[in-house]
Design a protein around this ligand. Structure first.
Ligand SMILES: *[C@@H]1O[C@H](CO)[C@@H](O)[C@H](O)[C@H]1NC(C)=O
Length: 318
């Protein structure tokens, strides 16, 4: 979602200038219709073959689709509020950057509670057997940070590695993105060992929204660089690196470590697509699917969906 973005403004201006000079071409979002307002989307395919999305909204927003193209509002995950998040939100209802997955007959919803520009934050877990509004049981706190932690407990993503071990990446700005082992019985950290997987020490720490997907022999770490939430002036862009281990080290196409600011740019602002970012990836019958938000010319956050193919073990968006 965001944090401490004030530190990144200078570097963002420089990055924007370079991007304008290079004038790269990016694919436009694929066809979608219906209720497309979304921010920080995550999508899971349901056992019946439909799609469930969650996104940043009051009490966590939900949407459904039967065909991955037409989207409908499906209410809030917690229509009666989420009082347990108040210590981190100050009472604001807006809950950020959910992560949906489905395991053992249950939907898992990790999401973040914080305030803009603060690292007093927490990631919580809820589960549901249906995914419907009002069906979610609060499973409590997963991980929290304070104003002095040096990283931020926001933007969770659960990944099950090739051996079946669960992990959660999250963060961040500040000292960057972390990953922690998760006990699949509880959905909570198995130990206190936080492993750093990406950072931008020379760019104000402006990296957040990790999403890890396994494909073939690699784990791909998707992240968002720069500034998320400024309407049509947003500078968010989608970056990727890969590793043969879920805990890294992740490197970009040029071999640069993501701990040193590395990342291969997959999508940045182009035409009427402003600040694309906070992506998720899920696997469908026709391949891996990229979902993200972007701002339209009017400054409204919209759902973007594209497909991913792999060339020489690197993702290509089409
Ligand atoms: C996972 O959590 C359960 C329930 O607390 C506990 O019994 C089990 O030992 C934990 N597993 C590991 C591998 O830590």
């Amino acid at each position: 979602m965001m944090s401490l973005r004030k530190f990144a403004v200078g570097s963002m201006l420089a990055a924007t200038a370079v991007a304008a000079l290079v004038a790269r071409q990016f694919v436009n979002p694929g066809p979608v219709s219906g209720d497309l307002f979304i921010h920080d989307p995550t999508v899971v395919k349901t056992p019946s073959g439909t799609y469930l999305a969650a996104f940043t909204a009051d009490n966590v927003g939900l949407k459904t689709s039967t065909d991955r193209t037409v989207w409908r509002d499906a209410g809030a995950a917690f229509p009666n509020g989420a009082s347990w998040t108040t210590p981190y939100t100050g009472g604001a209802k807006n809950l950020w950057a959910p992560d949906l997955s489905y395991h053992n007959g249950q939907y898992y919803l990790y999401y973040s509670a914080s305030t803009f520009g603060s690292t007093k934050s927490a990631i919580f877990l809820a589960t549901s057997s249906t995914g419907a509004s009002g069906s979610w049981s609060n499973k409590g706190l997963v991980i929290e940070t304070t104003e002095t932690s040096g990283y931020n407990a926001i933007d969770p993503n659960l990944i099950v590695d090739a051996s079946g071990q669960w992990w959660m990446s999250f963060g961040s700005f500040s000292s960057g993105l972390k990953i922690v082992k998760i006990n699949s019985s509880t959905g909570k950290p198995a130990d206190n060992n936080l492993i750093s997987i990406a950072a931008r020490p020379s760019n104000g720490g402006a990296v957040e929204a990790p999403y890890i997907i396994r494909h073939g022999n690699y784990y791909y770490l998707w992240v968002s660089f720069d500034s998320c939430c400024k309407g049509a002036a947003s500078t968010y862009r989608i970056m990727v690196g890969r590793s043969t281990s879920v805990t890294g080290p992740y490197v970009d196409r040029a071999g640069k470590s993501m701990m040193e600011g590395g990342g291969t740019e997959m999508m940045a602002s182009h035409g009427s697509i402003h600040g694309p970012g906070h992506n998720a990836v899920f696997t469908d019958g026709d391949g891996d699917v990229l979902v993200y938000h972007y701002y339209n010319d009017a400054g409204t956050a919209q759902l973007g969906i594209n497909l991913i193919r792999y060339e020489s073990d690197w993702p290509v968006i089409y």
